[in-house]
Design a protein around this ligand. Structure first.
Ligand code: GLN
Length: 288
């Protein structure tokens, strides 16, 4: 006879119900979060949880799940707890050393791919590559391209290197470097960047949403535009004539970023909106 009270039941169904209640006040996706953590502990896909709701966890798995749950309740991102995140339908390794790849950054990838024919041999530079998400997505979709990912964080580059190995991508190289510091002459056809663009005083940096991610990848200085200014101003020297620059930026920064592009000599400047309707990615071309 099972005399255990419901809240210490070890079945998948009962643990998910308890976990969802516990996360309800801290996460707006409590049920999904609980499923992702439990699936990670069991080494299963989320859908498997629904096939086996009565499956019972052993003590070690249950303890591990409750520990992850407590950390999630303190705000640690799911991707850091499971060590992975899907981006552009690719499974990427992610750690505390990198920004968690966001769905909105897939817009940048989408626009980058528009600039490159399916078998186009182009040289692409991804500035501040972090986990390598953008570089990996472009290299995977455009195997003839040579993509170079740079970052000044060795911890982030280690994660990017792991992703290249896991996905067996041979057309990406990585370089520890501060923005353009290693590049002198015009050598790229496309430059992409998701630089830090949050204002230093934005309370989100210290709040639950962002405090677990590296400040280096988020803090864009007092007006949020410091890195964007540097990236846009430095691009023409490293872009071949006819090349393109694409940058992600904050929802309110579109007009200022277009102005930076204009001042740097770019033409055909245009901003695309993300799925929430916010201005998110600006592109410009260098006249040929
Ligand atoms: N999109 C992120 C956020 O506001 C910021 C990313 C960045 O600074 N590059 O949550």
């Amino acid at each position: 006879m099972n005399t255990a009270p419901a809240d210490v039941d070890e079945s998948v169904r009962a643990l998910l119900a308890t976990a969802t209640r516990r996360l309800a006040s801290t996460a707006d996706s409590a049920r999904l979060d609980a499923e992702l953590l439990l699936a990670a502990v069991l080494g299963l896909d989320r859908s498997a949880l629904y096939r086996e709701p009565e499956r019972r966890l052993d003590a070690a798995s249950r303890a591990r799940f409750l520990q992850l749950l407590a950390e999630r309740a303190r705000g640690r991102p799911i991707a850091h707890l499971t060590g992975q995140r899907e981006f552009w339908s690719l499974r990427l390794a992610v750690t505390e050393a990198t920004l968690v790849p966001r769905p909105q950054t897939e817009l940048l990838v989408e626009l980058a791919l528009v600039c490159i024919d399916a078998d186009g041999r182009r040289d692409v530079l991804d500035l501040g590559t972090g986990s390598g998400a953008i570089a990996v997505a472009i290299a995977h979709s455009r195997p003839a391209c040579r993509v170079c990912g740079v970052d000044r964080s060795p911890g982030a580059l280690a994660v990017a290197a792991r992703n290249l190995r896991q996905l067996e991508l041979r057309n990406v190289s990585l370089l520890e470097c501060d923005w353009y510091a290693a590049f002198g002459a015009r050598c790229f056809d496309l430059i992409v960047a998701n630089p830090p663009y949050v204002e230093s005083a934005d309370p989100r940096l210290d709040a639950i949403e962002l405090r677990h991610e590296p400040r280096l990848a988020l803090d864009g200085g007092s007006d949020g535009l410091a890195a964007l200014r540097h990236v846009v101003a430095g691009a023409p020297a490293c872009l071949r004539y006819g090349g393109t620059l694409l940058v992600e930026h904050g929802a309110e920064q579109g007009a200022q970023v277009r102005e930076l592009f204009g001042r740097a000599g770019f033409v055909d400047i245009d901003t695309a909106r993300d799925l929430d309707g916010h201005e998110r990615v600006t592109r410009g071309g260098l006249a040929g």
